[in-house]
Design a protein around this ligand. Structure first.
Ligand code: ATP
Length: 364
């Protein structure tokens, strides 16, 4: 019997539609080849262009599609030229994270042989770690409702025991899964600023409490400033790191930089019921409509979606295809021939995506 999955698709703004199309094509091709799972993609309108047209950034109908779907695939939303009256950008993706309680932001950082990186990786140490960014509270708690007076502005950092416990359990579970598959050493690092802020001492105390339930995993701590330094100096020491929303926002862009740019960085925002899969980059309006956007971060996000759905629904073909898709992207990046301009190549979005599909089929 074929397992059918409904996927809410937010094409979004800027390069969004350009990188979404080939991703859906490749996911469909994988499903057709596998024969035991399939997708129904349901388009959901939202974003800055939609707001400019209708006055609504995230229509209730789109939120309904997102809520009932098996998974959500989102490209990028927001345009610097379209803003709310208070000057902030349109970012429905943050509203979706909060509405669906997607507390665990998963940001993998992998640097493969042949991949462009500003690091000098002498000795060829593999870099493969996962940053977990709490995605519903932290310093984003007062997003859109911070207080601004004449000479003073205030935003609030919020850390709750309930969300932190779930977040840390997610991080420890992931470390166990990575250890079992030979990917990581079995270590979770809590990244905070517990030496300065009471809220982070609280965060750390909850982390230490949860760690007790995972005696096979090493639990340690690092301050966020030192972590930024070590991500550049010795990124191979990390396995799973877990942190607050704003720290995670900043460190995940640093991680993307280590991987050769935002065009290589996938992500997932996962809750107890729902999950959104989207590239770390924005809508890149400077290159939109030119057909030169790098589709790899979006394709790798699609691979994360396959893995999550396959694990959740006990479908080994999907888990296998997630790995195959990730490896196919890796091979195209390592070859360096069919890569887009941001990776030093000359391929168009379509050519780069076609190379991934060829690599997938060649591996069968
Ligand atoms: P946001 O705040 O919405 O995350 P941003 O301000 O960080 O967005 P991006 O839209 O991510 O900005 O773009 C930053 C730079 O990276 C731009 O020069 C853009 O062209 C480039 N870029 C982002 N994504 C891609 C991609 N998929 N392919 C090629 N270049 C990209």
């Amino acid at each position: 019997m074929v397992s059918q999955f409904e996927i809410a698709v937010f094409e979004g703004d800027g390069i969004g539609p350009e990188i979404t199309r080939p991703t859906l094509d490749i996911l469909n091709a994988l499903a057709t080849d596998a024969g035991d799972y399939g997708f129904t993609f349901v388009s959901a309108a939202a974003g800055a262009a939609h707001y400019a047209k209708t006055g609504e950034a995230l229509p209730a109908a789109s939120m309904k599609i997102a809520r009932r779907s098996d998974a959500i695939l989102l490209s990028a939303m927001g345009l610097p030229s379209v803003r709310y009256a208070d000057g902030t950008e349109i970012s429905p993706q943050i509203e979706i994270r909060k509405a669906l309680d997607l507390y665990a932001g998963v940001r993998p950082v992998r640097i493969l042989p042949g991949q462009r990186t500003p690091l000098k990786l002498e000795g060829g140490q593999p870099v493969d770690f996962v940053l977990i960014r709490e995605s519903t509270e932290g310093l984003f708690h007062t997003q859109g409702c911070g207080e601004v007076e004449q000479d003073e502005a205030r935003e609030t950092l919020r850390i709750t025991r309930h969300t932190s416990e779930k977040l840390f359990r997610f991080a420890f579970d992931l470390a166990q899964k990575r250890k079992a598959s030979g990917l990581g050493a079995g270590r979770v690092t809590c990244v905070d600023k517990a030496n300065v802020f009471r809220a982070f001492a609280f965060f750390r105390e909850i982390f230490d409490g949860e760690a007790k339930a995972f005696p096979d995993i090493v639990a340690d701590h690092a301050y966020v400033d030192a972590t930024a330094l070590w991500m550049v100096e010795k990124p191979w020491v990390f396995d799973v790191m877990v942190t607050e929303n704003m720290f995670g926002d900043i460190l995940s862009d640093l991680g993307a930089g280590l991987m050769g740019g935002l065009g290589m960085a996938p992500s997932a925002d996962i809750g107890d019921e729902n999950a959104v899969f989207q590239p770390c980059h924005g809508s890149a309006p400077d290159i939109a409509t030119q057909g030169i956007a790098n589709p790899f971060a979006m394709l790798l996000s699609g691979a994360m979606m396959l893995d999550w759905l396959g694990t959740k629904h006990n479908n080994p073909a999907m888990v296998r295809d997630a790995k195959s898709l990730e490896r196919a992207v890796d091979r195209v990046v390592a070859d360096g021939v069919k890569t887009t301009r941001d990776l030093g190549g000359t391929a168009t979005t379509q050519e780069a995506a076609a190379a991934v599909l060829n690599a997938l089929r060649a591996s069968r």
